[in-house]
Design a protein around this ligand. Sequence first.
Ligand code: SF4
Ligand code: SF4
Length: 318
Amino acid sequence: MVAAFKELLQKLNPVYVRFETLQTLQVNLGNLCNLACNHCHVGASPQGTRVMDREVMAKIAALLARKSGVTLDITGGCPELNPHFRYLVEATMGLSPRRLLRSNLAIMVEQGMTWLPEFCREQGLIVVASLPCYQEENVDRQRGEGVYARCIAALKRLNALGYGDKLELDLVYNPGGAFIPGSQRDLEAAYREELRARHGIRFNHLYTIANAPLGRFREYLEAKGAFERYLNLLATSFNPDTAGSIMCRTLVSVDWKGFLYNCDFNQAAGLPITGEDGRILKIDDLEEAAREGNELFLAQHCYCCTAGEGSSCTGALT
Ligand code: SF4
Ligand code: SF4
């Protein structure tokens, strides 16, 4: 029996289960994606129908104009496939000190989308790109046949434009199954060496992110009868040194309809932020949702953030 995550944190230090300050607004543009990866916690695919509209995006831009110093983190699905993606990026230019685009890379070489690398450069976006392994067979097993080759082509294009050098290009590793990531520092060194030697590719940082037992990954675990085992692994790998740094203490996540969550995993779990009156909070209520001292909405999937070195959208926590 896995102990209740929230109580565990609360016992360590009551402030760990409370919001600290807003540093990052993560915006999920929907579940439309050119890929349909095995581990996807949002269950995105080419059949995705949840697509953020301009009205929500305009509110996000207006909010960033009022609140200086907040990082904008754009994710999906494949955010670039949202028909209003360019609008959001252009409308938020100059409004945030760091604007991150989470890209699956393969989209950047798809027909009709090859304008993306230049657009990212023009807009000064930081590209945070998924590459679950430096070995072709592992990437293709998780993401689909031929995806590795497309990712490498996109990385070469980004490098040619100055990404991985003057412009920030970060890679994201996630495990290819029901295990937790190893040392981020060691993996970064291995990626750097292998990608340089095999393809001459450069990047800035590697982030290791643990798979959350949600969405398609949860279905995969359940089909294999491995859900409880994975949750146990996450729980027995609990690292108290990570507990104070869980990203939901400084991040708020927005879904395609403008509803607010403590993180993207909570979106997938259907665990929104509610106000004192029990109402689900929306983008217009950000001040209320991001109030210092607010209690976080934590559940058992949260163990994926505190296992081993810890995990967040910007990698290990220790
Ligand atoms: S993991 Fe990323 S690239 Fe893969 S299906 Fe999900 S959103 Fe798309
Ligand atoms: S899953 Fe989300 S809410 Fe839970 S600890 Fe991680 S960041 Fe916080």
